[in-house]
Design a protein around this ligand. Structure first.
Ligand code: CA
Length: 660
């Protein structure tokens, strides 16, 4: 999901006649010189716009205001491309295009391939990219990823992470925040990138960081906040996260410095990408370049709206498919990005997503790709063509979010007071089990009893992202407050520990929302896409207040990273090595990972979850067991020893036992 109210629906003025079928006849252009290319003594402009009657480029001295110092007509070349060459290097200049269609000049646009832009992305810039690379960039590399299930993903908004005074960070709300080491809260607990290293996550997933529409980059002193699900320029960084949006090179260099700093810390960078819709309709850069082509329409010619934000793009059209594929490849290549999270991925077609994965992995086999396997509204794209959760097994190298495990653990996302398995609701055991096996086929899991999915949609656990909360909807802290209003703060934290223990021990890839390790909340606001910092900022004094909670999370991540039994990569391995206990107790799940699963040093691991408010007694074979988790505590190296026999699993907690 995304913020459905984030963008005004706009006027659907342009009626696209003769249906969208005519776009299939448009010529395709596969060259890599669209937009602008600077040679030794010339600057070449190129724009793909097959139906244009005329195209011109406007040259400016500055990023905003004033008139162009020159406006030059472009000439139609082959394959729908318009071109003009200026016999000098135009570094430092800005430009826009104008396209004439149906006898009318459309508004200026920086084009769809602007890679450097000035304030608010209104004008594209001509810069020397080699000057934007930080020192040592040529040797910069992200972490090696043998399987996506080895990743521990931390979903973060730049501003949430550093804006609070308690962060101790200088460059608050900026890309550069993640380049500062040695920062701490007033009690000396690490913040910023040191905190991430200490926590042990492998990848930071940054919320939209391309140039988005809603924050006015010319007024950064005023209070502004947005998640950024309103794309404007897809191939340039967002200006408000830079220290100077007016200088096009600054946002580029600072984002690269952020990537390099995380890479130096051994952490990968995943970008949240939103190719499924644009902030504007008729005024988008797509519409101002080739009206209609990049979008899907209803029969009456209006924009179809599977995004819930006023429009949806048309990945099945060759030049839109190329655009998505080439755009992510550009970020992977120029910015060394290690992964992509596709917003409302099911608006895209399966073929496009398979091409994305194939071409990205050819570029860098460590790249990981996942997305939301759903849409926010209906689409003209046939259901069987959509990159849906249910179709994930038709895709290669792509994972989808498991709403199954999410809602089963904590209760339904649309009903704040609804409880889940970890908060005492019975009847969700089978859906939690679907999550535990990574939505793969398992002889002991009855998918007909699943709450969300009725079949094993994942061919392998590598196709599933497990999580209990993210930027959307209530934070886990707020969800627990609303669904357990009479519980003590202590008991809610126990429930949070149980919830995340299920996520981090399940097969698939774990994903967590930034700040939940210090028990951050958002004051009960479920759609905080434009809420002020007072709602969205992570208060790092919570790391002192909730330090026990933080240490639990840290140990939980360590447990997962130390033990391949929790990170199996095939459905066969899961079916063979993960065995549920036959004993059926409401609110209780017990399973074993057996026979050194995944090559683990532990021969057997018994994992038990008690979501009820009563202790559960169960019999464990006599042996020398290392107690990894018990009664709300967890240590990857063990809390103590048990000889088995009768074991009591405390209310709302996990017990994990392991033996070599
Ligand atoms: Ca912007």
């Amino acid at each position: 999901m995304i913020a459905t109210a984030a963008i005004s629906l706009g006027g659907c003025a342009t009626k696209v006649t003769n249906s969208d079928a005519r776009f299939q006849d448009f010529p395709e252009y596969t060259g890599n010189d669209l937009e602008v290319t600077v040679d030794d003594n010339q600057t070449r402009f190129a724009l793909w716009s097959p139906e244009a009657q005329a195209v011109r480029v406007n040259l400016y001295d500055s990023d905003q205001g004033g008139a162009p110092y020159s406006t030059i007509d472009m000439t139609e070349d082959t394959d729908g491309v318009w071109r003009v060459t200026v016999p000098q290097q135009l570094y430092g200049k800005f430009y826009t295009f104008n396209v004439k269609v149906d006898g009318k000049w459309l508004d200026e646009t920086p084009g769809i391939w602007a890679k450097a832009v000035g304030t608010n992305g209104e004008r594209a810039a001509i810069i020397d990219f080699s000057l934007t690379n930080p020192e040592g960039w040529e040797n910069d590399k992200g972490p090696q990823v043998n399987a996506i299930t080895d990743a521990v993903i931390y979903e973060m908004h730049h501003r949430d992470f550093s804006i609070h005074p308690s962060s101790g960070i200088q460059n608050k709300g900026k890309f550069l925040a993640l380049t500062e080491s040695g920062t701490s809260n007033s009690d000396g607990f690490a913040t910023g990138i040191d905190h991430l290293k200490e926590l042990g996550v492998t990848h930071v997933h940054i919320l939209p960081s391309y140039d988005y529409n809603s924050v006015d980059e010319s007024k950064l002193d005023s209070a502004q906040y947005n998640w950024g699900y309103d794309p404007f320029n897809y191939n340039a960084p967002e200006g408000s996260y830079s220290t100077n949006p007016a200088d096009p090179a600054v946002r580029i260099r600072e984002m690269k410095e952020m990537v390099k700093s995380l890479h130096d810390a051994g952490i990968g960078v995943i970008m949240d990408v939103v190719y499924n819709h644009t902030a504007n309709n008729d005024d988008s850069n797509f519409s101002l370049t080739v009206p209609g082509y990049f979008y899907r329409h209803r029969d009456d010619g209006s924009y179809s709206d599977a995004s819930g934000c006023g429009n949806e793009t048309a990945s099945e059209r060759s030049m839109m498919q190329d655009y998505i594929v080439n755009s992510v490849k550009y970020w992977a290549d120029e910015y060394h990005i290690d992964g992509f999270r596709f917003d409302l991925m099911a608006i895209h077609d399966i073929e496009t997503m398979n091409r994305v994965a194939k071409e990205l992995k050819e570029l860098n086999p460590n790249i990981i790709i996942y997305g939301e396997g759903w849409t926010a509204g209906d689409s003209p794209l046939q259901v069987e063509q959509r990159a849906l959760k249910e179709n994930v097994s038709k895709m290669q190298g792509i994972a989808v979010f498991s709403d199954d495990i999410r809602d089963a653990i904590k209760g339904h996302y649309t009903d704040a007071t609804d409880r889940g398995f970890a908060t005492g609701k019975e009847g969700l055991e089978e859906t939690v089990k679907i999550g535990i096996v990574g939505a793969t086929a398992h002889p002991q899991v009855d998918y007909s009893k699943g709450n969300n999915s009725k079949f094993a949609y994942a061919a392998d656990p590598t196709m599933v992202i497990n999580y209990v909360s993210c930027h959307d909807d209530l934070t886990l802290t707020d969800k627990l407050a609303k669904s357990m209003p009479d519980a003590s703060a202590h008991d809610r934290q126990r429930a949070a520990r149980l919830a995340q223990t299920i996520v981090f021990t399940s097969q698939g890839t774990p994903f967590m929302f930034a700040g939940e390790e210090v028990y951050r909340d958002k004051k009960g606001v479920h759609n905080s896409y434009k809420s002020p910092d007072s709602i969205n900022a992570i208060d790092w004094s919570l790391k002192s207040v909730n330090n026990d909670q933080y240490n639990y999370y840290r140990e939980l991540i360590k447990l997962r990273r130390n033990h391949p039994a929790f990170r199996l990569t095939t459905a066969d391995d899961v079916a063979r090595h993960l065995v549920f206990d036959d004993e059926s107790i409401p609110g209780f799940i017990r399973y074993s990972l057996i026979d050194n699963a995944g090559g683990d040093v532990w021969k057997e691991i018994i994992v038990m979850f008690n979501g009820s408010d009563k202790p559960v007694s169960t019999i464990v074979p006599q042996a020398q067991w290392t107690v990894v988790a018990n009664d709300g505590n967890l240590r990857a190296d063990g809390l103590g020893i048990s000889n088995g026999g009768n074991i009591v699993v405390a209310p709302m907690s996990a017990t994990i036992l392991a033996r070599e």
